[in-house]
Design a protein around this ligand. Structure first.
Ligand code: PMP
Length: 391
């Protein structure tokens, strides 16, 4: 026992020496612009609650009434005793929202990615994966019996070359994030779809950060570009404000995953109350794009103001705003000074991002008020000057 701990401790010390040791922060309040972080109130610019729905009264009311009727836990996998009318209602709702024939719920977006990629591509197939795809896509590829080839980030020439080089494989699957989680840019899904049709490949898109955010009705990257990929994966844990992942696509695809995706088959179903809250959230997202407009107005204001100050900003018009600081230590110091001024926004360093591209990763929500944004911008101006990141 002691030997195990000793060995693990060595590894943790090594991680600390590299400056990569992680630890938890404790939130003592509901998700929102202002939160109790480790006992102190902070203005939070790091949550995925993009539309403020995680603490919305309409979702809470929907969850509450279902909680009273169906209890707390689902108590079984979907294929045993865990499948309720609420799971089915939510799947129908997601399919309608994503404009596909059907949808399948998973316990998380992570498990949806793992389930699709480990079951769909087979031994003689190849997966073409964007260099900056999310860890859950990478893990799904690792579990797949197909070969994985990485193409340079959103580089359509490189994707085309890779498609030309892989003509001998039985089937080809292109997989991409819709919005990239560290760079905040939108994948060129229209171009990817064109290449896929030309080279006879299938397209899988992980719309975790685009669902609820992109497109007039918030349907995601497909709506934004007016295309329909073969497989759409998403999560309910970001703009939708609840929990769980999903796959949307044809009825046959959904039946296939229900039979072959191990992360679906062997997981306990998410609670019915969460399904009810998610249905309420999708109604709100589809019917009302006011929150989406205030979210994008906040994004626009922060990006253009930081740009005017002289900061290098990556990404497109999405709630993920990477502010490039450059040096890893300066980024850490920047994040620390933000915290001292009451703002929580994390520094992201190598190996998560390339050397020289350390950054503060801001995420913005529709709930951030004009005053919240004023304060963020004023603080960025003063810390940026103190640390000579801007002039
Ligand atoms: N895909 C992407 C691009 C993500 O950013 C995340 C969450 N960090 C996931 C999938 C996983 O979703 P979930 O949190 O629902 O497991």
């Amino acid at each position: 026992m002691f030997e195990l701990d000793e060995w693990l401790n060595q590894r943790l010390i090594h991680q600390k020496d590299l400056g990569l040791h992680r630890s938890l922060r404790t939130m003592n309040s509901a998700s929102g612009p202002l939160m109790q972080v480790n006992g102190e109130q902070k203005l939070v610019f790091s949550s995925n609650n993009y539309l403020g729905l995680a603490n919305d009264q309409r979702l809470i009311a929907a969850a509450e009434s279902t909680l009273k009727e169906f209890g707390v836990g689902s108590s079984g996998s979907r294929l045993t005793t865990g499948n309720t009318t609420w799971h089915e209602r939510l799947e129908d709702r997601i399919a309608r929202f994503k404009q596909t024939e059907a949808a399948l719920l998973f316990s998380s977006g992570y498990l949806a990615n793992v389930g699709v990629l480990s079951s769909l591509p087979e031994k003689d197939d190849v997966i073409l994966s964007d260099q900056l795809n999310h860890a859950s896509i990478i893990d799904g590829c690792r579990l797949s019996k197909a070969k994985t080839m990485i193409y340079r980030h959103v580089d359509m020439e490189d994707l085309e070359t890779t498609l030309q080089e892989t003509q001998t494989f039985q089937r080809r699957f292109i997989v991409t994030d819709g919005v990239f989680s560290m760079d905040g840019n939108i994948a060129p899904l229209n171009e990817i779809m064109e290449l896929a049709r030309h080279y006879d490949a299938f397209v899988i898109v992980d719309d975790a950060h685009a669902t609820g955010v992109l497109g007039e009705y918030g349907r995601g990257t497909s709506e934004y570009f007016g295309v329909q990929p073969d497989v759409v994966i998403g999560t309910l844990s970001k703009a939708v404000g609840t929990e769980g992942g999903f796959v949307a696509g044809s009825k046959v695809l959904i039946d296939f995953l229900l039979n072959f995706a191990r992360s679906f088959i062997f997981q306990t179903a998410i609670p019915p109350s969460i399904c009810a809250a998610s249905c309420a959230a999708l109604d709100i997202i589809e019917e009302n794009n006011r929150a989406r407009q205030s979210l994008l107005a906040n994004v626009e204001r922060i990006k253009s103001s930081l740009d005017d100050m002289g900061y290098i900003i990556k990404g497109d018009q999405t709630p993920i705003i990477p502010v490039i600081i450059g040096d890893a230590n300066v980024s850490m110091e920047f994040a620390k000074r933000l915290q001292d001024k009451g703002i929580y926004a994390p520094a992201i360093r190598p190996p998560t991002v390339p050397t020289g591209e350390s950054r503060i990763r801001l995420t913005v929500t529709s709930d951030h008020t004009a005053q919240n944004v004023d304060y963020l911008l004023a603080t960025f101006r003063s810390i940026g000057k103190e640390l000579r990141v801007i002039e």
